[in-house]
Design a binder for this molecule. Sequence first.
Ligand SMILES: C[S@@+](CC[C@H](N)C(=O)[O-])C[C@H]1O[C@@H](n2cnc3c(N)ncnc32)[C@H](O)[C@@H]1O
Length: 286
Amino acid sequence: MHKQRQRKAGTQSIAEIPAVRGQHLLHHQPVIHEMIELAGITAADVVLDLGAGRGAITMPLAERAGKVLAVENDDAFAAVLRQKSAPCRNVSVIEQDIRDTYLPKEPFHVVANIPFFITTPILEKLLDQPGSPFQGAVLIVQHGAAKGLTSRMFRSPRLLTWRMWFDLELVKVVPRRYFSPPPRVDAAILRIRRRNTPWVEAKDRHAFEGLAEYGLAYPEMPVCDVLAGIFTPVQIKLLLLQLKLDRRIPVCSLRERDWGVIFQTMREKVPPYRWPKRGKKKRSSR
Ligand SMILES: C[S@@+](CC[C@H](N)C(=O)[O-])C[C@H]1O[C@@H](n2cnc3c(N)ncnc32)[C@H](O)[C@@H]1O
């Protein structure tokens, strides 16, 4: 049954209750404009608004960007979006699940207040392929998620891998009262920028994933014990000297630069058959 009709008939399913579908619409205009400023959008840019709702971000984006692709899977919202954006030749409404949407083949940015419940699948889509044309994003995410994604400590191999290619920054907290209906927790602006010089080359992604998974299997383990599975004692001594690291510090406290140097040393000094292999890729649940 058509979703709008279902609502009228009072047969709204759990998945259609606004909060459950992540329908917290942003109504604070200064935050919307700040997001577009932070993304540095110009008339040359292609921008995706993922979870476009009624166009709170899509419409001001259309005034700045060359092309805006507004993805929204709620048919009622998509109809409003199509109507509002009809006079704008640079807006395309894509009525589809974000997780099934093909990303542009040309360089693109993302500016969006994404549905929180699919934050991880969205980030995987944007960040898992370091060689993709994705340039950067300014996103509204849950404050807790933003803190985890920008943490100094690495306990997740996937997050470490993303951060070898992208800088993630928690720009500011966005109070829950700026949304309608308000979410249960505050949100935050998360800025993602592609590094000009990544810590590891995109072609080495799989090899680095193997190192990250192996290295963070026990995040609290002393760095010297972790490195002992890959390097000789002399190599470890030189590496720790170069990185100015105490041999007993937990491996989770290593920074992106440290991992970049460890990876390069592994490439240069350790035969590939001894490199840690990555396990089967775990995709987040849809
Ligand atoms: C947090 S709201 C943001 C709406 C709008 N951008 C704003 O800021 O007012 C997220 C939007 O994503 C839509 N949405 C939820 N899950 C989706 C999915 N899987 N694919 C596409 N859109 C989705 C919701 O219908 C909602 O409009």
